[in-house]
Design a protein. Structure first.
Length: 348
């Protein structure tokens, strides 16, 4: 193909579908069908049209294609924070799964975790061409009063206390916490301390509830609850407090805080797991490289992200909703930070 392009990136008139048709030697209708991915075009003809598009620098009008097929092939993702490991890994899985289905992802960050911030994010959906929205918002904000979705936009919610009106995908937080506590009790520890996440976190509250329920089921005394903000620094501060207690086993609500706890214990001369056993939650990629390698609850963030996209696509294709909560299984990964209880720690 040797035709001269009809314009250059520096200027000139916009390349049109008839221009591509003339260069490829086909009808404009054929170019349209190739642009929209419609079936019924011979592969040799399709490649001829694509070559003409590339030579001319033609880009199909996505808005026009969306109007024609009734779909923008874009999924919006609303989330509060990209700094957490869970959110980042879930978002990555959403983007990869969407790409497999030839969908793009439009990210809509929420700067402040307030209802006003959420309403602003949902209102921005009106300005974006999205077919569905996935909401990653683990704080206590989502309910019927804060979800203002544009008409026709389907929604899937991750890790939230959203009402039963929505499709919710989440890791099995409760069973993961139960496994962590029962693992420590099975090693002979008389009770298990808990370092929780922030109060506004729905995931943190579910882990607290499961910790308490499991202790009660085994007739164990419930120690005082400690809280952090998911950071290693907050875990370090809590670890210093635990160093002055009679704690022999602690279940920490995420691996980053567990890392801080391990540092505090090391500085205070408390051996893990000989003196205190430590269990985390998340199974972040670095947890196996902690000193000692961390026993933790594995969350399958990739499975959560993929399931969100699959649910959103199903809603779009069937023009339906599937209210209810679906839990992705968690599992306990036993490493070297837990061991049998060796009796009360000596005081120095």
């Amino acid at each position: 193909m040797s035709a001269t392009p009809l314009h250059s990136p520096a200027g000139g008139r916009r390349i049109s579908m008839p221009d591509v048709a003339r260069l490829a030697g086909v009808s404009a209708q054929t170019v349209s069908r190739v642009s929209s991915g419609s079936p019924g075009v011979a592969e040799a003809t399709r490649q001829q049209v694509i070559a003409a598009m590339n030579e001319l620098g033609y880009r199909p009008n996505s808005a026009a294609r969306a109007l024609k097929r009734g779909s923008f092939r874009t999924i919006g993702v609303i989330l509060f924070s990209l700094s957490s490991t869970g959110n980042a890994r879930t978002l990555e899985a959403i983007a990869l799964r969407a790409a497999e289905e030839d969908y793009a992802v439009a990210l809509i960050p929420v700067s402040t975790p307030t209802q006003a911030g959420m309403r602003g994010a949902f209102s921005r959906l009106n300005e974006l061409a999205v077919d569905a929205v996935i909401v990653i918002m683990e704080i206590h904000l989502l309910d019927a009063g804060t979800m203002f979705l544009p008409p026709g936009v389907h929604a899937v919610v991750v890790d939230s206390d959203a009402s039963d009106d929505y499709t919710v995908i989440d890791s099995d937080q409760a069973n993961g916490s139960r496994m962590a506590v029962e693992h420590l009790l099975s090693l002979g520890h008389q009770t298990v301390w808990h370092m929780a996440g922030p109060e506004e976190s729905f995931a943190s509250e579910r882990r607290i509830t499961a910790w308490r329920t499991t202790l009660a089921a085994h007739g164990c005394t419930e120690p005082p609850l400690l809280r952090g903000d998911w950071s290693a620094d907050s875990g370090y501060e809590a670890g210093l407090s635990l160093a002055d207690s009679d704690c022999t086993a602690v279940f920490v609500s995420n691996d980053q805080m567990a890392l801080g706890v391990l540092r505090a214990f090391h500085e205070r001369g408390i051996r893990v797991p000989q003196d205190v056993s430590v269990v985390g939650f998340d199974d972040i990629p670095d947890s196996s490289s902690f000193s000692p390698p961390l026993t933790t609850v594995h969350q399958d963030f990739a499975a959560v992200g993929r399931r969100c996209v699959d649910k959103a696509l199903k809603q779009m294709r069937e023009n339906s909703t599937e209210p209810g909560r679906e839990l992705v299984p968690t599992r306990l990964i036993v490493r070297e930070s837990t061991a049998g209880a060796s009796g009360a720690r000596s005081r120095t």
